[in-house]
Ligand binder design. Structure first.
Ligand code: SF4
Length: 413
């Protein structure tokens, strides 16, 4: 990155609350693992967390752990260990770094949270293939290692319109999870408890949407890089009161920023949409680059993926099925393009950055001509940068900076 002095980041005051929420989450899981107070379910990021919570499980998300490995730049130390047991360097670097860390008996949690020495061992693993098949392979490895059941929902992919047939198929699979989960948790399924959990999840989702939508203001009070950090509760605590309380607090802070005119990026003169995964180990450098270029990355597919507009306690299973099938990642390109067009209009976007992540084709939408099609349809420039979510050997910082600087110059011009 440039040697010029960097403009200062404007840290959100909510950050200290966020840290506390995350710490509570991991200490609660650690305590349960030590004393057996609750059963522990590992869940894929868009798996049926609400159902698990309603059955008394504490829920741990391996993808969140993998993102921590990426953000702490430890992923590269662990990927080779997973490669050595047959998991290709070409596949999901969340999977390879997380399994590698497990093989080596290490976790960034022990550095961040004194007293925690290991990730909380699972009593069950539950995935949804709505995002990709990697989560199933990933969870099945842990299932063999810990000798615990691995259950899942097989989802549709490349969905254009979500139809009642899609919803019915997923809803049925969700309901079929109840008997084995009840047996593992020892707690009887209770529809009232599920509705209450879904209501908290709905509130969390709605507040998270409002948080992200503050960025529609010009200048924006937050950036994509803030979003990647502050989305933590929407990922690991949806369905809890703690997540709802947190987003009420964060939203109030952002609204206050709007009232008093605090911009996340001083002299914001360019507004960008980020399509694709974050590059976890380079968030700070990329945030500094855009800050220096007076450019605000105001919106992203990634942060928006934790808005589940359809989830509804009055219709628990069908609404979960619909919400988990309407995800951006499960959809056909035409539908994704319609979505991005709406985002471009709503956030008044000047250009789109596509991050082509080498080990996650599922979140890389530049592979089949989408940037070019959107450029033709919207008339705003697009650029593709090559990198990865966790494997920094696949990211040339120098090339990316050169490309992004030229791109922003073109957009501003
Ligand atoms: S969507 Fe991508 S990053 Fe997420 S688990 Fe699948 S391959 Fe990995």
């Amino acid at each position: 990155m440039s040697n010029e002095p960097q403009p200062a980041f404007k840290k959100l005051e909510s950050s200290s609350r966020l840290k506390q929420l995350m710490a509570n989450h991991f200490y609660e899981l650690d305590e349960a693992a030590r004393c057996g107070s609750n059963k522990i379910a590992w869940c894929s990021s868009v798996g049926p967390a609400e159902l698990l919570r309603s059955l008394g499980f504490l829920v741990y998300f391996p993808e969140n752990h993998a993102a921590l490995l990426g953000a702490s730049r430890q992923a590269g130390d662990y990927i080779p260990a997973a490669n050595a047991i047959g998991y290709s360097p070409e596949i999901c670097s969340y999977l390879t770094s997380d399994i590698g860390a497990c093989i080596m008996g290490e976790t960034p949690l022990s550095r961040a949270y004194p007293g925690i020495n290991q990730v909380p061992p699972p009593d069950v693993l539950v995935y949804n293939t709505n995002q990709c098949r990697a989560v199933k392979d990933w969870f099945q490895w842990y299932s063999r290692k810990f000798r615990v059941p691995c259950l899942g929902v097989q989802s549709f992919r490349q969905v254009d319109e979500v139809t009642p047939l899609h919803v019915a198929a997923i809803s049925t699979q969700l309901q079929q999870l109840i008997p084995p989960l009840q047996e593992i948790s020892g707690i009887r399924f209770d529809i009232v408890r599920l509705r209450a959990t879904i209501e908290l999840s709905r509130q969390c989702s709605e507040l998270w949407r409002q948080v992200l939508e503050t960025a529609a203001h010009r200048p924006s009070p937050l950036t994509f890089f803030d979003g990647t950090i502050h989305m933590g509760p929407a990922v690991i605590a949806r369905g809890t009161q703690a997540a709802v309380d947190y987003y009420n607090f964060l939203l109030a802070e952002l609204r206050h920023r709007l009232e008093i005119g605090v911009a996340a990026v001083n002299h914001e003169n360019c507004r960008i949409y980020w399509e694709g995964m974050p590059i976890w180990g380079k968030l700070r450098e990329l945030a500094a680059l855009f800050l220096r270029l007076k450019t605000c990355v105001v919106a992203s597919t990634y942060c928006n993926s934790w808005i589940f507009s359809d989830i509804d306690p009055r219709d628990p299973f069908d609404s979960m099925a619909r919400a988990y099938t309407e995800l951006f990642i499960t959809r056909a390109d035409a539908c994704k393009e319609r979505y991005i067009k709406k985002m471009v209009e709503f956030y008044r976007i000047d250009g789109i950055v596509f991050h082509e992540a080498k080990t996650c084709p599922n979140n890389s939408n530049s592979l089949y001509g989408m940037p070019q099609r959107l450029y033709q349809q919207l008339g705003i420039p697009t650029v593709v940068i090559h990198g990865d979510l966790n494997d920094l050997r696949l990211f040339s910082e120098e090339q990316a900076v050169t490309r992004l600087e030229a791109f922003i110059e073109q957009v501003q011009g």
